[in-house]
Design a protein around this ligand. Structure first.
Ligand code: UGA
Length: 443
């Protein structure tokens, strides 16, 4: 099938490459010329396992193309995906200007019937806005061309995006049009294996499904973080509690890992956007507000542990930081707990010596050169002459470090573990002061 994807960001690029890999003829359109030229040379703007070979292969066999020529893009695809960004504006609501600009572009150049699919995460009601925009432009052009706007939210996880896209749990499509249903079925047939994963519903329900899924997952995490704060005060171990409750299949083991707060481009933004949408319609979402509040507080925890240990005297201290990305297998630092920690440390006059397997360039890009940030090439060199170690991201290489080396290198034997990677008992035996998340009193 002929497909056009507007927006070569994270979602658009993965979706386009995966569709091309099963034989669809895909054109990606973006306004960023440099990005388009780089992609043609095989330079992929994001780190995502499996994505580079997929893009290279599909570009070389001609099924994936990149252009800034919007007219060509509109002419190409019978199905037009809108996968541009919806950044939060100051009040937390999703800014639709890029989505509506693409709708306008499609309406300006379309000369044959099109199915327009919202892939970006957009507030409930956006498909109606896109429909109105296209209708108005067509009216101005004096044209009557058939079109349908559907919602097809994505459920990719960073770090596993290609495999999530190849083997989706479900493919949600919001439409009440039979032609759109059969086209989407055909488009996704290569991924709809074993049992029917297509879930059709009305457009508004599809739009809300995306927010509900992310808000539910964020709720599980904030719930566990709240329990971990209780566990700490009650002398219980949240890791035992996690096993205890996860074994109930109604609760399950997934997304109940306590930590230093959820980050990334999705959970914080989507929870805030749904709060904003609720407020707009005169509803106060107490639970969502609490989920957000707990998360904001949880991101302060690593700093407050350090501050407790050093009795408020962090000025002049050097803190080794392992992990900058908001989770492993990505270089993405958006809303990462590491950022909250570093800013608080700098404010207190401390220095940071940081290492991350993938996110060093990203950190450099965000913060530039500064005297109180040293980005180093290995996890061991981050320890050089440092006063304490903080683990922010659970990269595998941080799970079984040489504790004797850590003890040797650090000026103070203290580890703040934002991901519960280490055994508190072992830490005690090795003579560390150890702060986990919700693991009883710190030892
Ligand atoms: C999330 C969802 O998991 C995807 O299903 C969704 O498609 C995506 O958002 C999106 O809307 O695009 P992602 O942001 O890539 O995916 O990352 P997650 O793996 O969900 O992790 C989010 C954050 O939650 C991370 O900071 C992670 O450390 C934290 N987390 C996750 C916990 O603190 N505890 C857990 O048990 C799980």
């Amino acid at each position: 099938m002929k497909v056009t994807v507007f927006g070569i960001g994270y979602v658009g690029l993965v979706q386009a490459a995966v569709l091309a890999s099963v034989g669809h003829d895909v054109v990606c359109v973006d306004v960023d010329e440099a990005k388009v030229e780089n992609l043609k040379k095989g330079l992929i703007p994001i780190y995502e396992p499996g994505l580079t070979p997929l893009v290279e292969e599909t570009y070389q066999n001609g099924l994936l193309n990149f252009t800034t020529d919007a007219e060509m893009g509109v002419t190409h695809g019978d199905i037009q995906f809108i996968a541009v960004g919806t950044p939060p504006d100051e009040d937390g609501s999703a800014d639709l200007k890029y989505v509506l600009a693409v709708a306008e572009t499609i309406a300006t150049y379309m000369n044959t019937p099109k199915i327009i699919v919202d892939k970006s995460t957009v507030p409930v009601g956006t498909a109606d806005k896109v429909t109105n925009k296209i209708s108005n432009v067509l009216l101005d052009r004096g044209e009557t061309i058939d079109f349908n706007v559907a919602s097809n939210p994505e459920f990719l996880k960073e770090g596993a995006a290609v495999s999530d896209c190849m083997k989706p749990d479900r493919i949600v499509v919001g439409t009440d049009n039979e032609h759109v249903k059969s086209s989407m079925r055909e488009l996704y047939a290569p991924f709809n294996r074993n049992h029917d994963r297509m879930i059709f519903m009305d457009v508004r329900s599809a739009e809300l499904t995306k927010y509900a899924a992310n808000c539910m997952l964020a709720t599980k995490i904030s719930f566990m973080n709240e329990m971990s704060n209780l566990a700490e005060r009650l002398g219980a171990d949240i890791e035992a509690v996690r096993h205890g409750i996860g074994s109930d299949s109604r609760i399950g083991y997934q997304f109940i890992y306590p930590g230093c707060g959820y980050g990334g481009s999705c959970f914080p933004k989507d929870v805030q956007a749904l709060i904003r949408t609720s407020n707009e319609i005169g509803y106060s979402p107490s639970l969502l507000t609490a989920v957000e509040t707990v998360n904001v507080a949880q991101k302060q925890k690593l700093y407050s542990n350090l501050n407790d240990y050093f009795k408020g005297e962090l000025a002049g201290k050097t803190i080794a930081l392992w992990g900058l990305s908001f989770k492993p297998q990505t270089d993405d630092m958006r809303e990462a707990s590491s950022i909250v920690l570093m800013k608080a440390l700098w404010e207190a006059g401390a220095k940071v010596q940081a290492y991350d397997p993938e996110a060093m360039e990203e950190c450099q890009r965000i913060f530039g050169s500064r005297d109180d940030l040293l980005l180093v090439g290995t996890k061991e060199s981050a320890l050089n002459n440092a006063d304490a170690l903080v683990v922010c991201t659970e990269w595998s290489q941080f799970r079984a470090p040489d504790f004797n080396l850590i003890a040797d290198q650090l000026n103070h034997k203290v580890i703040v573990d934002g991901r519960n990677l280490y055994d508190p008992q072992l830490m005690l035996e090795k003579g560390f002061s150890y702060y986990g998340i919700g693991r009883g009193e710190s030892v």
